[in-house]
Design a protein. Structure first.
Lengths: 313, 336
């Protein structure tokens, strides 16, 4: 009895001393999940493009930026309704995605990897400079679209923007899941990803399916851009490049081309980043994602949840 | 019999002519390089051409990995940065000799290249591109955050100019000669490399790794060494860059820089030495030529990249790897 009381006392003491660190870690978990959901949403654009065409769409990070800017333009300058602005932004980004595919990728679909890569980089430069020339190169304040309340649960704080991000990304991902696995479009997307020539023989309009896939990816990117605008309250014309790289890392981490894997990859990356920043060093926060990436690729070259590629002779 | 002899003579004379032609082009270029800075003693033009020289060294060396071996390497600027930092830190803190610093920069980059080459044993294609890209980002963050050594985002100032036997090379003309000597050395080494057994093995690896292995090519060894040697040249270019600019900061060595170099050699024609030379020249000079339209130049640059890839995906001067000697001797054998 005496001993167990003592042990209990020691545990109490330990938990008391670790209380601060513990809440900090929980707080970082929350932050990590928030940013991880954003990563996952942007990463889905990479994974969709890669899954269906096998190309790395480096312009995707800039579609995310364009999405945020269109929403900003509609709300702040055209003074439109918030919801309508978001819908316009998603629609324009969707069209932009299909347009990028049509102009930059369609004619070199069978070309070498590096020419596709450079075409994508060209598109990325075009998008960044168009936005920079039309909107200016300074950081823009994203309009306040909702009242930011902060909820506190035993000294762990969650803001309403964080809750919004998690809920919206969850809804989007569930929608994507149903779209891919339960609808006709999804079936044709999956079959095109497996074998485009065979799918076209089965009466699937491959070009249309690829356009739709790029549109969906772009819509996801734009939604993430708007959410980030709400979360950080500021947008800038080159915000797409760093987010693009991170999201791309997330996609590869989970297994690029694999949709559930990519979602998990984004969350894992977000968590690893924010936990690494608290536990190891905040300075190297951005380097963690790349170190994790290299380690994963060294030991599991196709990502955490990727399919094993067997090279046949 | 007689006809054959004439054919042979024709072939031989053709070949001599080709040789002569190449040598003549080379000699002409040499003369241009020697005379140019004397005629155009304009510091802006010389500055642009010196930086062009740096990019030619980077482009022609990357060409061995990205063109001849056909791997997407997005980490070339990392070696460039490693070379620049190693050399300037060595010269400023340890021993004040540019040449030893340059060799050390090349050597350390070589070691990093070997380290990065090891993963290339296990992974290929897109994944390798990502690993090299990640490597580049990590190097950048290390340069940014190791403030005690690299002075972080402020960069290193006051890097001494190169010296030869106590004589300081600090005019644009002298630096121009120095970098173009480096360019010639790089081009000759890379040319010998790609046209040797080593280069042919790399091409075999690019075309089909399994077939190459079955022909007895030690693919791992060749891949690692290709990485390491190109990295060493990038390091040397970095060393020159640091001592020429006298100032470096981590922003000179970002992933965008690596991507830009890859763009250059792809626009020129991957795998071909002349192609990468042309590509570097075009894409490096284009923003300078577009300077009058200031704000719109990057936009036009982007549009050019996309148009180029749509209409000429293999580049301006694609690789022509038709083994001329083999086909010709085969032809003459058939004639016999």
């Amino acid at each position: 009895m005496n001993i167990s009381l003592k042990i209990w006392f020691i545990i109490l003491q330990l938990t008391n001393t670790d209380m601060k660190e513990e809440t900090m870690i929980v707080q970082q978990l929350v932050n990590g999940l928030t940013i991880g959901s954003i990563y996952a949403m942007v990463a889905l654009g990479y994974t969709l493009a890669y899954g269906i065409l096998g190309l790395i769409n480096f312009a995707h990070g800039d579609v995310y930026m364009v999405g945020a800017f269109v929403a900003y333009f509609c709300i702040s300058i055209l003074k439109l309704n918030v919801i309508i602005s978001f819908i316009i932004s998603l629609a324009i980004s969707g069209i932009l995605g299909a347009l990028i595919e049509f102009t930059a990728f369609r004619s070199i679909r069978t070309g070498s990897r590096s020419s596709q890569l450079i075409s994508a980089i060209g598109v990325s430069i075009i998008l960044q400079n168009t936005i920079m020339l039309s909107m200016g190169s300074d950081t823009k304040p994203f309009p306040k679209v909702m009242n930011t309340a902060v909820y506190e649960f035993s000294s762990v704080t969650i803001s309403s923007a964080q809750i919004l991000i998690m809920i919206v990304s969850l809804i989007f991902m569930v929608m994507l899941y149903f779209l891919i696995y339960k609808t006709r479009v999804g079936i044709s997307m999956r079959s095109t990803a497996q074998d485009a020539a065979m799918s076209s023989l089965m009466g699937i309009n491959v070009n249309k399916v690829i356009s739709i896939t790029f549109s969906i990816g772009a819509v996801f990117g734009a939604a993430a851009g708007i959410l980030v605008g709400i979360y950080y309250n500021s947008i800038v014309f080159n915000m797409g490049s760093s987010m693009g790289l991170k999201a791309f890392v997330a996609a590869v981490l989970g297994g690029i081309g694999n949709i559930p894997g990519t979602m998990l990859g984004g969350l894992v990356l977000g968590l690893a980043e924010s936990l690494g920043a608290t536990i190891i060093s905040a300075k190297y926060k951005d380097a963690f994602s790349f170190i994790i990436l290299i380690l994963v690729l060294l030991f599991k070259p196709t990502g955490l949840f990727g399919k094993k590629e067997i090279e046949k002779v | 019999m007689f006809v054959d002899k004439i054919k042979n003579i024709k072939l031989i004379s053709n070949r001599i002519f080709e040789r002569l032609n190449n040598n003549m082009i080379f000699a002409l270029l040499l003369i241009v390089i020697i005379i140019f800075p004397i005629i155009f003693d304009n510091s802006y033009i010389l500055h642009i051409l010196i930086l062009l020289g740096v990019y030619v060294v980077l482009g022609t060396s990357l060409n061995v990995v990205a063109g001849v071996m056909g791997e997407l390497d997005l980490g070339h600027a990392a070696f460039f940065g490693i070379g620049a930092y190693i050399s300037s830190l060595f010269v400023m803190n340890v021993f004040d000799n540019f040449w030893i610093g340059m060799i050390l920069a090349g050597f350390i980059s070589l070691i990093f290249g070997l380290l990065l080459g090891i993963p290339s044993l296990r992974i290929r294609g897109d994944y390798l591109a990502i690993v090299t890209l990640g490597f580049n980002e990590i190097i950048r963050y290390v340069l940014l955050n190791m403030q005690s050594v690299t002075n972080g985002p402020m960069g290193i100032k006051g890097i001494p100019s190169p010296t030869i036997f106590g004589y300081v090379l600090n005019t644009k003309q002298q630096m121009f000669y120095l970098i173009w000597v480096l360019v010639i050395i790089t081009v000759v080494v890379m040319n010998r490399m790609t046209n040797s057994r080593f280069g042919r093995s790399l091409v075999a690896i690019r075309e089909d790794q399994i077939a190459a292995t079955s022909l007895g090519i030690n693919t791992g060894k060749y891949e690692i060494w290709a990485f390491a040697i190109t990295a060493a040249f990038a390091g040397i270019a970095g060393s020159f860059f640091a001592h020429y600019m006298n100032f470096i900061n981590p922003n000179n060595f970002t992933t965008n820089e690596s991507i830009l170099i890859l763009c250059m050699i792809t626009v020129g024609g991957r795998g071909s030495m002349i192609g990468s030379f042309i590509g570097v020249t075009i894409l490096f000079l284009l923003p300078e030529l577009l300077r009058p339209i200031a704000d719109y130049r990057m936009l036009i640059y982007g549009i050019m990249l996309v148009m180029m890839m749509i209409f000429k995906p293999r580049g301006f001067w694609p690789e022509k790897r038709i083994p001329s000697r083999i086909t010709k001797s085969a032809e003459s054998k058939e004639a016999n």
